[in-house]
Each structure stands twice: as structure tokens, then as C-alpha cells.
Design a protein around this ligand. Structure first.
Ligand code: LLP
Length: 385
């Protein structure tokens, strides 16, 4: 969003007018930001044979998916419903990876029928896949990271160890037995990293772990590093630099190619990196009050429509669209649900009055897609500009 001629705009459109036209609360996505982010990602890895599969759990808005398709990005889906939504949006099945966990095997069978790619994360699915399809249906294997990272933060190491996803490395021998028994074609190896990982070198370590395993699996030609690349959520936010990340991968991949004669294709499944910054949630201030020593602006959205502050203590910048040049005041922005519903605390904003329009930024990823109808409120509208 830009401040121009005394007004806040998004994609060249006046935000106050958008709110008038469509009502609030309203999610607005700026397609030019998505294009910028996809281009940044593609450019950073242009020296690799690489493919991007957008993690559609971040936001599966139909117009947004149509844009991703136009930008030649595939999809990462985690439910059979996402697979079907992707197909309806015009993606070909071989451009959709399906990474389920805990779902009945029947969902995998449906995905196979539809032609989607499979990413297998446990021995139970692997066994069933082998028994039913033998070598007919190739898959990638999701490996449990279980990393000890000497130079990384405790949070990062803890995350890799606590993760419940993927096949534990202690069980890889058993996985190997199942693969050999049924002749399963394992085409690729996968580890997804959390967006709490800020150090690019960690992605290099993850690649080395996978490459080590790939040596003994002759059909492997894909290295899938998942998502978890974080864009900045505020101006000074620490986040991985894509060029630095790419250079951490260069050496291990070249080394593997020299040793084995196999050139691997690099896959990524970014979600938030591609869409978080494109979205704002517009909300109207309906009530101002002083209570319990706090100044509170009560707005017409809440954690039913943006759960990240409540669930993860996530920080989303808030701007006062209606009074851009007003004197600053410190205020809490609270949602309209009947329980603790703080969207932003102690923010210094241009003076807020009842009727003002606020924008909550970086709401393009895991905003609408995690929204619910709690308090029996309908879902908000979405527009793409
Ligand atoms: N691939 C796999 C296998 C994943 O599990 C995920 C996210 C992604 C890709 C995309 O990750 P991203 O690039 O968006 O970080 N609701 C949380 C995020 C949950 C992410 C779960 N997995 C949030 O609002 O921060």
C-alpha cells in the first residue's frame, strides 16, 4: 500500500473507497506484490534447475490461484479438498504436490486417481502405497529433520527435533525395506523448515542431510526444501536473504552432482513469502473506550478473521487510513469477539476516532485461510486488486 496525494492506496485504488464499496471487514490483496515476490523467488534460484509449488494453505483465494498459475507456479496441497480446488483453478495434476498427514489413506487414493504428486510422510502410508500400487505411483519422501544445529538458536534446533512430520531417520532402514520389497519409485526427498528459521545456512544443512540420504536412493532426482522462508513482517524484521540462501545450496548440490553424476531439481513450497505482504485486512472502528487503564479501539473484525496475533502472538502493523496525519496516540486495537481478542497492543497510531478505517498489514498469508465463523459471524469478503 502507498500513501499518495493525501490518501492511502493499494494497487492504485483508494482504500477508503474500497471499504465503502465492499464493506468491512474486507481482505484486499495486491496482485503486484505477489508478482514481485514470485519474481524475487524465481530470480534468487535462477542458477538452479528449480520449481516453485505455492503452499496454498496460506491463501487459496480463486483469483490468487489464477495469478499463481499465470506466473507458472505449481501448488502444494495438504488436503484432498485443496487438490480439487487447485484442479478447478486450472492447475494440471502433475503441478500439484499432495502432502497429507493423519488423513485416511482413501484421500491418497483419490489424489492418485486425480494424478497429483504424492509426498509420503510416514511408514504406514508408504506400506499401503507399496502394497496397492508397487512401482506404478512414484512419490517423494518427507524426512523428519531431527537436526542438531550447533550454531543455530535453541528455538531452531528445538523446532527441528520436536517436529512430528516426516519419517524419523531411525526408521529409514525400515523405509528402505518397504521401498525395496514393493519396488516403490522414490523420486525425491523433502524436509520442510519452520519460518522461525532465520539463518540461511540452516537450509544448507538441511540440503546436506537430504543429499546424504539421496546417495543410496538411485531414483531420487528432486530435492524439496519445503516452505518456511519468512518475508519481513515489519521494517527491521530479521528474515532469511534469498540470495544468501541460494549460495548455501550451491556447493552441496554441485558436490552431489560431481560424486553421483545425478543433477537434482530443487523444489520449494513457499506460502507466506509469496503472499503475506500482498494482503491487508480493512476494519472499521466502532467503539472507543477507556477501560482498566487502557485506551481501546473496538473494531469490526477479530480473531475469527485474523487469528495470528491470538494464536502465535504474531505482530501485524496497523495503520489509520482515515487520519494519516493526525497526532500520535497509544492505543490497543481489540476485536469484536466475546472473549480476549487483542489484535494489536500499545500501538502508536495517528489519533483514532469512531468510524475510522484501519488497515492490518501482512495479512495475505494465513489470514482468510484460517478464518472461522466463531460467534456465528460470516466470513469477510475478499478482493484482489
Ligand atoms: N510446505 C509444507 C509441507 C508446510 O507444512 C508448510 C506450512 C509450507 C510448505 C508453507 O510454509 P510457509 O512458507 O508459509 O511458512 N499458520 C501458520 C503457518 C503454518 C505453516 C504450516 N506449514 C502461520 O500463520 O504462521
Amino acid at each position: 500500500m502507498q500513501y499518495q496525494d493525501g490518501r492511502w492506496q493499494i494497487g492504485g485504488l483508494d482504500m477508503a473507497e474500497l471499504a465503502e464499496q465492499h464493506g468491512t471487514p474486507l481482505y484486499v490483496y495486491d496482485s503486484s506484490i505477489i508478482e514481485r515476490q514470485v519474481t524475487r523467488f524465481q530470480n534468487a534460484f535462477s542458477s538452479f534447475d528449480h520449481r516453485i509449488f505455492y503452499a496454498m494453505k496460506a491463501n487459496s483465494n480463486q483469483d490468487l490461484l489464477a495469478l499463481m498459475k499465470k506466473l507458472d507456479v505449481g501448488l502444494d496441497a495438504v488436503s484432498i479438498h485443496e487438490v480439487r480446488i487447485g484442479l478447478e483453478a486450472g492447475f494440471s495434476a502433475d503441478n500439484i504436490i499432495f502432502t497429507p498427514n493423519g488423513v485416511p489413506f482413501d484421500e491418497l487414493e483419490q489424489a492418485i486417481e486425480l494424478g497429483a504428486r504424492l509426498n509420503i510422510e510416514n511408514l504406514s502410508y508408504l506400506e499401503k502405497l507399496g502394497e496397492a500400487y508397487r512401482s506404478d505411483v512414484p512419490c517423494t519422501l518427507r524426512v523428519h529433520p531431527g537436526l542438531v544445529l550447533p550454531n543455530a538458536s535453541r528455538d531452531a534446533t528445538g523446532w527441528y527435533q520436536r517436529s512430528r512430520f516426516g519419517i524419523d531417520r531411525k526408521q529409514l532402514e525400515e523405509a528402505r525395506r518397504i521401498i525395496d520389497l514393493h519396488g516403490i519409485r522414490v523420486e525425491g526427498l523433502h524436509i520442510h523448515s519452520s519460518s522461525i528459521i532465520l539463518d540461511e545456512a540452516v537450509f544448507g544443512t538441511v540440503a546436506e542431510v537430504l543429499l546424504d540420504l539421496a546417495r543410496d536412493l538411485p531414483d531420487v532426482r528432486i530435492l524439496d526444501l519445503g516452505g518456511g522462508v519468512r518475508p519481513p513482517y515489519q521494517p527491521d524484521d530479521d528474515h532469511p536473504d534469498l540470495d544468501a540462501l541460494a549460495s548455501c545450496l550451491q556447493e552441496p548440490l554441485e558436490h552431489f552432482e560431481q560424486q553421483t553424476g545425478r543433477k537434482l531439481q530443487l523444489w520449494f513450497e513457499p506460502g507466506r513469502y509469496l503472499v503475506a505482504e500482498s494482503g491487508v485486512l480493512l476494519t472499521r472502528v466502532n467503539v472507543l473506550k477507556e477501560v482498566g487503564g487502557r485506551s481501546v479501539a473496538g473494531v469490526d473484525t477479530g480473531f475469527h478473521q485474523l487469528i495470528r496475533p491470538k494464536l502465535y502472538d504474531a505482530w501485524h502493523e496497523v495503520r489509520n487510513i482515515s487520519n494519516p496525519d493526525g497526532p500520535k496516540q497509544v492505543i490497543d486495537i481489540c476485536g469484536c469477539l466475546c472473549e480476549e481478542d487483542d489484535l494489536a497492543r500499545q500501538r502508536s497510531l495517528p489519533e483514532v476516532r469512531e468510524g475510522h478505517l484501519l488497515a492490518i498489514l501482512n495479512a495475505g498469508a494465513y489470514g482468510y485461510s484460517m478464518a472461522s465463523t466463531y460467534n456465528s459471524r460470516p466470513l469477510p469478503a475478499e478482493v484482489m486488486v
